[in-house]
Write a protein that binds this ligand. Structure first.
Ligand code: ACM
Ligand code: ZN
Length: 761
């Protein structure tokens, strides 16, 4: 035993001697990746005898943080001392003069750790976060850390995460856990969406009904929006001002600023339910049970402004940060158009229209907020009708609003739906919990660049940073919030902290996988969508055959698959190159590493028939937004499923579908089928009629039959079986439903026609 130990020590010494310390090839699991990190010789051992050298009281917060962490996960704490210990290893905080509050230097040598940052700044706290990420994950009392020198500083000032607590309510302890998660990744802004149509969540002393009435609804929408189903369980909750003070202090210890959002003039049903006189018509309404955009918004009468100013005064007293978010998005102008007071306001203020009235609204609120020494920030609709003079803009409908605001010399926070909406799906919808829609996988978040190329160097300075939003219509509890946030937030943290030229996706994924173990330890429920295996279909050169490609990140494992309906295991066939599918079958695939299943198994059923991979022509092109995979989508062997995955459908707005399938040789057929989508709330209607025609020469067509929606199978498949006919071409004409009827969502607009998969047998 003794002998083996000596050999081992000798070996370590030799490795050290030759400068090939085991750490040199190690990927340090630090997220976000520091600006610079140099691994040096040797290791530091943190143990219960390690001391913290304290020369002033200014680092108590960081010391407490580290000790609480060590105590919770390793069951020991470090003692403090005023002088540098002679025999023990130690950690010392050094105060330096610096420009930024967020910079730090962390030097780990064999017996000493030095953390240098500005006095009482976030920098020392961030150094502790880095140190924590370097600790081994196993529970032991001797924690070995590689020696290194890190110089670190963030790329952006605004590194934010938002949380909607109106659609679903989250307890104080959930909010604290969320804030801790932000802190771990050096995020510094928590945008707290406190009010919306479905619930007012902040106590306002002057207006108690806001929470007595506005914080509760009589039920909640359940399932997908298109179902319009509701339960009748009372639902609600709010935060008292005392609780808010507690949260603000909690966040402040983690160097996180909370930006409270009080929505106006739209998304204000909960407030109007509490005080109906706030709206134009004064009608008593209920707090909303369902999701959407609603017409009862704040009126522009003086008393409403007085109310909002009083509310904001209480809010500004609670939140010490510079910014107050006043919403500003999605405000229908319906009520204003017929309201005497609002129309008189337009006249007396010399406004052109209701858009300018919205601008008047925001500008008037801005004046009040500015008078208290604070700034407003609002969603990009506040650009419409003219931006209030000092307002900052949160660009969510793409980056265009942000670009325009920066050009007008206004501060901007980027949060485009395409990359920063974490309520979107992170892998194919059929393997994920129900979400609002969209597709924002981890890789897309990591690739996000907050500075648009449209801005010149001076304009770029107005981009404060970015944030991700977590809207909670379909997110019911803390675990689900974590699942949507992680690991996408880690990717965004790196986008916002790490210098652009130091970012590298493979390297990030490598570090992230170590973080998964840390997150397990912290009991954070993260998604494993990065291990997804995508099944991608392309046309094959062979007739009635499609080519299936299985796509995954090769650095994360190898793909194994089955085609007999069984579940793949580590011994299943290894995927090498694309597979030809020429008959009906189920392909199940998954990623494996070290004989372990990573992520989930994805299965898909392929239906191969006479139409599969045949040339097709479309008279009208589908809309650009709903044309993934082009016309081949209609004959690719995959029948689109519900809920809708946009990659499986083609969509036309206001147009008929007229499609010809060329079977390439004359043959007998006896059945025809095509599928449609019925989602009236999303403006998608079944066709008025579907006509099937056949031809031998491609010039003269004979109609077989016209079907009406009431003939459809499962209410969405137009299917026809008939005595065998000899044909070469099949034409299908699906007539668009036309304008959306009055009384329905989107009344008067063109309806959409969505279709997928033509089957000919
Ligand atoms: C928003 O997503 N309505 C800002
Ligand atoms: Zn009005």
């Amino acid at each position: 035993m003794m002998k083996r130990n000596s050999i081992f020590i000798l070996l370590l010494w030799l490795l050290d001697f030759y400068g090939v310390s085991q750490n040199q090839n190690t990927v340090l699991p630090i997220i976000p990746k520091p600006q610079s990190c140099e691994i040096t010789q040797g290791q530091f051992t943190l143990s219960p005898t390690t001391k913290i050298v304290v020369t002033s009281s200014s680092h108590q917060n960081e010391i407490d943080w580290l000790n609480e962490y060590l105590d919770k996960y390793y069951h020991f704490k470090l003692k403090t001392t005023a002088a540098i210990p002679k025999n023990d290893s130690y950690l010392e905080f050094v105060s330096i003069e610096g420009e930024s509050n967020e910079d730090y230097e962390l030097t780990i040598a064999k017996n000493q750790i030095h953390i240098s940052a500005k006095e009482k700044s976030a920098g020392s706290f961030y150094a502790i976060q880095t140190l924590i990420q370097l600790l081994p994950l196993e529970k032991t009392t001797t924690l070995v850390i590689p020696c290194l020198k890190i110089n670190d500083s963030p790329r952006f000032k605004w590194r934010g995460m938002h949380l909607d607590v109106s659609r679903h309510f989250f307890s104080i302890s959930s909010i604290k856990k969320y804030i801790d998660l932000l802190a771990l990744y050096k995020m510094n802004t928590f945008h707290w969406h406190l009010t919306d149509d479905q619930g007012w969540r902040i106590e306002i002393k002057k207006y108690p009904k806001l929470t007595d009435i506005g914080a509760y609804r009589k039920g909640t929408m359940v399932g997908p929006y298109s179902d319009q189903k509701f339960d009748s369980k009372p639902y609600g909750g709010f935060y008292t001002q005392e609780e808010i003070k507690d949260i603000v202090a909690y966040a402040s210890k983690r160097y996180i600023t909370i930006v409270p959002e009080i929505e106006m003039p739209g998304h204000s049903v909960a407030a109007v339910a509490a005080y109906p006189w706030l709206s134009c018509i004064g009608k008593q309404i209920d707090v909303e049970k369902g999701w959407g955009v609603f017409e009862d918004v704040f009126c522009t009468k003086d008393s409403t402004f007085q109310f909002l100013e009083n509310v904001l005064d209480e809010v500004m007293n609670l939140f010490p940060g510079k910014y107050i978010h006043i919403g500003g998005d999605e405000c229908p102008k319906t009520r204003w158009k017929t309201c005497k007071t609002c129309q008189a306001r337009i006249k007396t203020e010399n406004l052109k229209n209701e858009h300018e009235l919205q601008s008047y609204f925001i500008t008037r609120i801005e004046k009040h907020v500015n008078s208290k020494g604070k700034q407003i920030i609002g969603w990009d609709e506040i650009l419409e009708g003219g931006l209030a003079p000092n307002a900052a803009v949160m660009s969510w409908r793409g980056t265009e609003g942000g670009i325009e605001a920066a050009k007008q010399k206004h501060q901007v926070v980027m949060t485009p739906g395409s990359h920063c909406y974490f309520d979107h799906y992170q892998s194919a919808p059929n393997g994920e919990p129900l979400a609002i829609g969209g597709y924002t996988p981890l890789e897309k978040v990591y690739a996000f660049e907050p500075i648009p190329t449209e801005l010149n160097t001076e304009e770029q300075n107005y981009i404060l940073g970015a944030q991700a939003n977590i809207w909670t219509e379909y997110i019911l509890n803390e675990k689900h919030v974590e699942y949507m946030a992680m690991p996408r937030m880690a990717a965004l943290a790196e986008v916002l902290w790490t210098p652009k030229d130091k970012k590298n996706e493979t390297d990030f994924l490598n570090r992230l996988q170590t973080h998964f173990l840390l997150l397990d330890k912290l009991e954070i429920n993260y998604a494993k969508a990065l291990y997804k295996v995508e099944q991608k279909i392309t046309p094959s050169s062979k007739p009635n055959t499609v080519e299936l490609e299985l796509i995954a990140n090769a650095s994360l494992g190898s793909i194994r698959y089955t085609s007999d309906g069984s579940m793949p295991n580590p011994k299943s066939e290894k995927y090498q190159s694309s597979i030809n599918l020429d008959k009906d079958m189920t392909i199940s695939s998954a990623l494996f590493k070290d004989n372990q299943l990573k992520g989930k198994i994805s299965s898909r059923y392929y239906e191969i028939n006479k139409a599969t991979n045949k040339p097709i022509t479309l008279k009208n092109e589908p809309s650009k937004s709903y044309n993934y995979g082009g016309s081949f989508t209609l004959v690719n062997g995959v029948v689109a499923k519900l809920p809708r995955d946009n990659n499986e459908w083609l969509g036309w707005s206001g147009k008929d579908i007229e499609v010809i399938v060329n079977l390439e040789k004359v043959q007998e057929i006896s059945s025809l089928q095509i599928g449609f989508l019925n989602e009236e709330l999303n403006w998608i209607y079944l066709p008025k009629s579907v006509e099937f025609l056949v031809s031998i020469d491609g010039i003269n067509y004979t109609s077989i039959k016209k079907l009406l929606p009431e003939d459809f199978q499962f209410e969405r498949f137009a299917k026809l079986s008939f005595q065998a006919k000899t044909v070469k071409y099949v034409k299908i004409i699906a007539q668009n439903f036309g304008k959306i009827p009055s009384g329905k969502t989107g009344a008067g607009e063109d309806s959409w026609l969505f279709s997928d998969e033509i089957q000919i047998k």
